[in-house]
Structure formats: structure tokens, C-alpha cells
Write a protein that binds this ligand. Structure first.
Ligand SMILES: Nc1ncnc2c1ncn2[C@@H]1O[C@H](COP(=O)(O)OP(=O)(O)OP(=O)(O)O)[C@@H](O)[C@H]1O
Ligand SMILES: [Mg+2]
Length: 287
């Protein structure tokens, strides 16, 4: 197993090319630390190792992505962080405190947007706030503003089955966004969207996040999306998933789409694509 960090400790470059001061004092405990996670499932009477020695960190207010082949355990890792399943070994810590198996500490958008079919779209969007005791009326008002921004104006009172897959995904994304927890786990939030809507949502998320930084761990299959949004990218191996490479993305913020034409962006994109191809080739494309 090789661990590569690229660049070694570059930090973010400011627009003048000088390292910019870290937005965090640095002594603070990270929002999330995942340490030495192992997980196997039993399938057809056999043990299937899915995650092996996975360790990663999301500092406070950092945007971090995971890319890796299909089936390498990314969603499983999110379920472990969200406390929905227990790891066989290893620990999860949030803000320095033990959080293994603990539910309710993260805002989690699962890969299959699980909207509650009996609640209207706006009532789905305000769910997490309501669970934390927010007043319904106020939460709904805010939800309506966001629904309009996400192109869902007019669908506030609709039920999930009346929306397309992409629209449901946007509603589920808003629900995660409006949840009060500081750490957000987003599992391929834009995968069901067409290319144009996807790039609009990326731009929107980028602006939003730059305005009001949350700690985010983001799963995507799009290398370009990961580079555009993240400060750091963890590249996972094929199953059993482990961190093969850690890439620090050195572009200043605010980031704009023009950066996708920057030679360094293109270099990183080539490098990451190469690693992903290698991993996919090792395991066969699907397994
Ligand atoms: N509850 C479960 N019981 C048994 N096996 C499971 C369970 N959940 C996941 N798996 C297996 O674990 C492996 C990893 O699944 P996971 O959903 O974490 O992959 P992933 O990296 O998110 O893939 P994708 O990119 O396709 O979403 C798969 O082989 C899957 O079949
Ligand atoms: Mg998944």
C-alpha cells in the first residue's frame, strides 16, 4: 500500500501565490477524525472485507472529498461516521470527543435521497431542524427561500413522488444543508442531475460554502468536481477500501470555474484520473 501526499504540505496559495494564513487557529480539534477503521460484511456465508485501515481527517470548516471505485466502501464509511453501523475496529471522533456509533451528530445526505413520502417537500426540508426543536413556521419560511434558489419554487407542497429524481436529490440536499449539525456528509449529492444543473449546483454549493463555511465530507465520482470544491481529496483503493493517496488542492478561494483551465488543475486532474483508472483496472471495473 502506498500513501502519497501531493503536494507534501503545500497549503493554500493566495492569489499572490503566497501561502495564505490558515482560517483556523490550528490547535482546535478537527471536526472529524476517522482512525483505523476496518469493516467486513457477511455475504452468502462469507466475510467480505469492505474497509481496511481507513483514517482521515476533516478540520473545522474544511471541505474534503473522497473519490474511489464503485463498491470500495465509501457509503459504508459514511454509515459508520453517521453511527448507523458499527465498525469492526477503529474509532470516530468529532471535535475531539469519541463518537463511534453515535447518531445525530452529523447532517447526512445518503446516496439514495430518502425523502419521507408522507411529508411535503418543504416539510421534508425542515425535518432536521424540527427534530432539533425549531419552530415549524420559521423553518418553513427559510425552506421556501432555499427551495426557490434550488429551482423548486412552486413545489413546496408537493410530495416526493411528484418530483423527478434530480428534483428529489436537490430537496434532499437542501434538507442536509438546513440541518443544524456543523458537519455535513454528502454522498454523491449531484449524481442524478443533468450536466448543466450539476454545474449550477456545484457553483451554488461553492458560493454557499465560501460564505458560510461548514465542515464537509463529500463523496463524488467526478474528479473535476472534487478538485473544484475541496481543500483535500482522499483517493480510495478498490475494495477493501483504504486511503491510497491524499491530495492537497492548492487553489485559493473564492474559487471560480475558470480555475478548471489552470495548468495545475489539469495536472492534478490527470494524476487523479490515472490513479482511478489503475484502481479500476486492478479489480475489474465492477465487482
Ligand atoms: N449491509 C450490507 N450487507 C452486506 N454487504 C454490504 C452492505 N452494505 C454494503 N455492502 C457491500 O459493501 C461493499 C461496499 O459498498 P458501498 O455501498 O459502501 O460502496 P461505495 O463505495 O459507496 O460504492 P458506489 O460508488 O457504487 O456507491 C459492496 O460490495 C456492497 O455489496
Ligand atoms: Mg456509495
Amino acid at each position: 500500500m502506498t500513501h502519497t501526499t501531493v503536494p507534501p504540505s503545500g497549503g493554500e496559495l493566495s492569489s499572490s501565490g503566497m501561502p495564505s494564513p490558515s482560517p483556523e487557529p490550528g490547535r482546535e480539534a478537527p471536526a472529524l477524525e476517522v482512525a483505523g477503521i476496518f469493516k467486513s460484511f457477511s455475504q452468502r456465508g462469507r466475510s467480505l472485507p469492505v474497509l481496511e485501515q481507513v483514517s482521515l481527517t476533516v478540520k473545522r470548516q474544511e471541505f474534503v472529498s473522497i473519490v474511489g471505485p464503485s463498491g470500495c466502501g465509501k457509503s459504508t464509511l459514511f454509515q459508520i461516521i453517521g453511527g448507523l453501523i458499527k465498525p469492526d475496529e477503529g474509532a470516530v471522533r468529532m471535535n475531539g470527543a469519541p463518537a463511534t456509533g453515535q447518531r445525530g451528530s452529523v447532517s447526512y445526505m445518503p446516496q439514495q435521497p430518502a425523502l419521507l413520502p408522507w411529508r411535503s417537500i418543504e416539510d421534508n426540508v425542515i425535518l432536521a431542524r424540527e427534530l432539533k426543536g425549531a419552530a415549524r413556521g420559521e423553518a418553513r419560511e427559510e425552506a421556501r427561500r432555499w427551495l426557490a434558489k434550488a429551482g423548486l419554487g412552486g413545489f413546496e407542497k408537493a410530495y416526493p413522488h411528484m418530483l423527478s429524481g434530480g428534483m428529489q436529490q436537490r430537496a434532499a440536499f437542501l434538507r442536509a444543508l438546513l440541518a443544524p449539525q456543523e458537519l455535513m456528509l454528502l454522498d454523491e449529492p449531484f449524481s442524478a442531475l443533468d450536466a448543466l444543473t450539476r454545474s449550477e449546483m456545484q457553483r451554488w454549493l461553492l458560493e454557499l460554502w465560501e460564505e458560510n463555511r461548514r465542515s464537509v465530507l463529500f463523496i463524488t465520482h467526478s474528479i473535476e468536481e472534487a478538485l473544484l470544491l475541496s481543500s483535500r481529496i482522499y483517493v480510495f483503493s478498490g475494495r477493501p477500501g483504504t486511503v491510497l493517496h491524499t491530495v492537497e488542492v492548492p487553489f485559493p478561494r473564492p474559487r471560480r470555474e475558470e480555475m478548471t483551465e489552470h495548468p495545475e488543475f489539469l495536472r492534478l486532474k490527470r494524476q487523479l484520473s490515472g490513479w482511478m483508472r489503475e484502481e479500476q483496472a486492478k479489480g475489474g471495473a465492477l465487482r
